[in-house]
Design a protein. Sequence first.
Length: 436
Amino acid sequence: MNLQEAIKYLESHVNLEAMLYGRREAPTLERIEELCRLMGDPQLAYPVIHVTGTNGKGSTVRVATSLLNARGLSVGGYTSPDLERVNERIARDGEPIPDADLAEVLSALADLEDLMGAKPHRFDLLTAAAFRWFADEAVEAAVIEVGLGGTWDATNVVQPEVAVITNIELDHVEVLGPTRADIAADKAGIVKAGSILVLGETDPELAPIFSAAAERVGAEGVWRRGEDFEVVENSVAVGGRVISLRTPGAVYEDLFLPLHGAYQATNAACAVAAVEAFFGQPASEEVVAAGLAAVRCPGRLEVVGRQPLVVLDGAHNPAGARAAAAALDEEFSEAGGRILVVGLLKGRSPEEMLESLGARKAGRVIATAPATPRALPAEQVAAAARDMGLAVEVVDDVAAAVARAREVAEPTDLVLVSGSLYVVGAARSALVSESA
């Protein structure tokens, strides 16, 4: 198949990411296990760092990948969702899989599907494609991001050297459970025998869940943030943060992290600890400094325009939205007015998300909707903003909504595009194509 035919084949499968989570069938790993078995279990051909968490897992994957690259390793990276092209999900040393390789590996999976007992889902195929391509490329390590949850996620057929859990917040409760304890138990399912759990969540009420999971499977140990590793210093710098970190084996001082948001220091701490656990020894300060300085996280408090300042952030739940709002207050307080372009998915409370994003500080909210069946109608976002007494416009198309925000903004204003990575991806595509 050529790329167009391969993508058509991929899109012919059930796409759980485009469905309301409450419609899901009983969880199972049987499809991905069978697919991997037919390929010769390529996910076992290289050592793995497996990352889950409610927020921050994508950034943690990127930081860990950059740190492994700085150690001289060839590294496969698997993330989701994509912002602009599906190729982004499967990368080697930060570079997305080439079109020809993606077409080839999906063609191979199409041939194997005829031998399967059950039809795989779209995410199963993408995950299997990543595993197979990483093996073909003979990567020396892979950093794999969980799609949803942990225990029943298609990525959970790997046998990681290190499992990372960034944090636990209420999200996807229709699938993972109504409480943070339920969500923690599901995410703890990525911990395997012989692995080290790097735990970013510090809630003492959840600690027994992770300790019990680690003991049950025979994990090698648990490294806890605040006890075994931590952020020592974290301050604003031009273009990012200056941070100092402590791990079980070292202290790293005055490191430049070119990412916005105080929370990114915590993600970096998890990644540095994970890489130390992966090698069984700390990295040199030069390697850590080089790895952090090279990190890029598209769509995470990413500045994509000036005069007005345009910032993209894929915050998709209240905790992420509060973190984004805090970052704007801390790092972009010198901007003039603030305009929000907000689009949400169904299942989100527009009132809660707008409050969390600090919408009351904005001069205007432009409500929009991402191009997905799961999109919340823009008018519902607008109605919530009106109830808050805010000036509101409705522009259904994301690209047009961003264009409208830039049109009405003063040169000193800040435009924040947020609410969903689908919204951020559409905005980024429009802004990149405009500047190309």
